[in-house]
Each structure stands twice: as structure tokens, then as C-alpha cells.
Design a protein around this ligand. Structure first.
Ligand code: NAD
Length: 329
């Protein structure tokens, strides 16, 4: 069975090749993203292995189906980049890696909080220039603060456990209550109460029609002045223009983001010699209280090992008609 791996970076090749020692599949790596311009490359392949940067819209899915592709194997947990009704219409099997390492993302979210609060990223730059002045670097004790978690699934639960260790008060919002979080002491409240009570809000829900621009101007207005917002979920959970307005007014006291709604074509590339055309993104970078990373929360040794193993196991299960927990369609 021929397998095409799109959006493959050097680390994808390394981890998939290593895991493939146990499977012996015929893997072809394409560095380019799967999109209407590159979809012709998939001709002759039965399986396409895709990442969040690949465009699996109706047009691309139509072309994949015409070219004989049968199985879309996502090496990600999120699947908001797949037009699922179109995938169903063309009869694709679609699977994902539902849980590779909730620790990777949860620990990274905590890292953003600590860096933003204690200005570690700014202190690092200062000290490199032999500027040891402390003015502007003051933070606050996390102990005793209120942390609101939106989405208390696998990542939200690990984040909840870690934050509990800091001695914070935990509030949660999720249509499905997680008893493990409640045991730790998290109290489920309405979104409005979470907004009005939290000193720090962290987003761990999926991007869906309901959660698109969940954090908009109206939501920000309900928050405490000076609130810290952390987004390691998906960029589309927030309205970037509303975030900028709230940063300018001081309503938003700190913002840590690992994801950005228009990150496609931006993140995962070295654009250090290019002119960035996205003015909203560049404006966000100008704030001293904003910390942006390029979708790296998942990027740990353990997560990459697990992603590679599950991706290949999914292909084996597809061949044998055994796909179960990882199956989306
Ligand atoms: P999960 O499915 O275990 O948990 C998601 C939780 O969100 C569930 O409990 C669900 O009930 C809840 N939810 C659904 N709709 C909601 C809503 N409207 N409001 C509040 N909560 C809602 O998923 P997970 O493994 O914890 O991952 C969460 C998200 O993190 C993923 O969907 C993905 O977008 C993102 N993620 C980001 C990275 C990264 O590298 N930055 C890596 C992995 C996952």
C-alpha cells in the first residue's frame, strides 16, 4: 500500500521512519502542504497522512477521491481542517491521533503563564545585554489566584492537575463535566461567571461552530481588567482584532498564544527573511505583554513518538478493518 505523507518536516521523517521499522510501509514524504495546487502529487497513493497545515477542503477531497485515495490518516488530534461532510460524501475513511500527550500541551500552557507573569522571556533578553535592572519585570504570586479552564477534556484535566499544585482556585466550563477535575477541586460554573471571576483563563476546547470566536469583544468585556488569557487550543477560538482592542485598553493584561487563526502559511516555516503581510499578527507582536509561539505546544519527544506509532498503527488497522477508537469516519 502506497502512503503519501504531506507537510512533512525533518522531525516527521525521523519519527515516522523510526516507527516504520516495525511496519515496513512504503512511505513517500512530501514537504509541501496538501492543497489544491499540490493535490496532484497524491495520484497513485491509497493513504494520505496529513497534518493541521494541510487543506482538506471539499475541492481537495474531490481530487483525492478521483485519484483513488481511500484513507485520510491525520497525525493530529484536532480535525477542524477537514471538511467532514465532504469526506463522508466521497466515502473516505478518516482517523486521527486522539491523545498523543496531553502533558505536552498542558505543560506548555503552564510555561506560557509562568513566562508571561514573571517576564522570563524579557528578562532573558535584558540579561544578554547586561541589563540587570528589575523595573518592569514584576509579576504576581499564582498562589491564591483564580484560574478558569474552558474545556476540561484530556489536556484541560492535566492542566487542572498542574495548576492545582500552585494553590490556585479552579473554575471550569465544559458541556461535559469531568469528575477527575471535580475531585481535584475544580468547580464548574457558567461562562459568564468564569469570565468575571478568573485572573487567568486557559482555552482547551476544540474549535467548532459553537466555539469559533468564543473569545470576542463581548466575552472580553465580561472579564476582569488585567486578565491573562492563554490559548494553546486553536486560533479560531479567539477574535484577534478583539484581543488587540482589549490589549490596547488594558482590559487584557497578558496574552499567551501558541495558535493563531491565520497561522496557515505562517507557522512551521522559516520566514525570517520575508515581509510578513498579516498586519494583525504583526500588531500582536508589538505588545510587551504578549507571548506568541508557533504551534509548538505538542512538540515533545514523547508526543512525536506516540503520533508516529499511532499514525502507522491506524494504517495497519485500516488494512485489517480494525479501526475503532481513532476512527472519525
Ligand atoms: P478532548 O476532546 O479530550 O477535550 C476537549 C474538551 O472540550 C471536552 O471535554 C469537550 O467536552 C470540551 N468542549 C467541547 N465544546 C466545548 C465548548 N463549547 N465549551 C467548552 N468546552 C467544550 O481534547 P484534548 O485532547 O484535551 O484537546 C483539546 C484541544 O487542544 C484540541 O481540540 C486541539 O484543538 C488543541 N490542541 C492543540 C495542540 C497544540 O500543539 N497547540 C495540540 C493538541 C491539541
Amino acid at each position: 500500500m502506497k502512503i503519501a505523507v504531506f507537510s512533512s518536516q525533518s522531525f516527521d521523517k525521523r519519527f515516522l521512519t523510526l516507527a516504520n521499522q516495525n511496519y515496513g510501509y512504503d512511505l513517500t514524504f512530501f514537504e509541501v502542504e496538501l492543497n489544491p495546487k499540490t493535490v496532484a502529487l497524491a495520484k497513485g497513493f491509497t493513504v494520505v497522512v496529513c497534518f493541521v497545515t494541510d487543506q482538506l477542503n471539499a475541492d481537495v477531497l474531490h481530487s483525492l477521491s478521483e485519484q483513488g485515495v481511500k484513507f485520510i490518516d491525520l497525525r493530529s488530534a484536532g480535525f477542524n481542517h477537514v471538511d467532514m461532510p465532504a469526506a463522508r460524501q466521497y466515502g473516505f475513511t478518516v482517523a486521527r491521533v486522539p491523545a498523543y500527550s496531553p502533558y505536552a500541551v498542558a505543560e506548555f500552557a503552564v510555561g506560557l503563564i509562568l513566562s508571561l507573569n514573571r517576564k522570563i522571556h524579557r528578562a532573558y533578553e535584558r540579561v544578554r545585554e547586561h541589563n540587570f535592572a528589575l523595573e518592569g519585570l514584576m509579576g504576581f504570586d499564582l498562589h491564591g489566584k483564580t484560574v478558569g479552564i474552558i474545556g476540561t477534556g484530556k489536556i484541560g484535566e492535566v492542566f487542572c492537575r498542574i495548576m492545582h499544585g500552585f494553590g490556585v482556585k479552579l473554575l471550569g466550563y465544559d458541556p461535559v463535566k469531568n469528575p477527575n477535575c471535580q475531585k481535584i477541586g475544580l468547580r464548574y460554573v457558567s461562562l459568564d461567571e468564569l469570565y468575571s471571576q478568573s485572573d487567568i483563563i486557559s482555552l482547551h476546547c476544540p474549535l467548532t461552530k459553537e466555539t469559533h470566536h468564543l473569545i470576542n469583544a463581548a466575552a472580553l468585556e465580561k472579564m476582569k481588567t488585567g486578565v491573562m488569557l492563554i490559548n494553546t487550543g486553536r486560533g479560531g477560538l479567539t477574535d484577534a482584532k478583539a484581543l488587540i482592542a482589549a490589549l490596547k485598553s488594558g482590559k487584557l493584561g497578558a496574552l499567551g498564544i501558541d495558535v493563531y487563526e491565520e497561522e496557515e502559511g505562517l507557522f512551521f516555516h522559516d520566514l525570517s527573511s520575508e515581509i510578513i503581510q498579516d498586519d494583525t499578527f504583526v500588531r500582536l507582536q508589538t505588545f510587551p505583554n504578549v507571548l506568541i509561539t508557533g504551534h509548538q505546544a505538542f512538540f515533545t519527544l514523547e508526543a512525536l513518538t506516540h503520533i508516529a506509532e499511532t499514525t502507522l498503527k491506524n494504517i495497519q488497522d485500516f488494512e485489517r478493518g480494525n479501526l475503532k477508537e481513532t476512527l472519525l469516519l
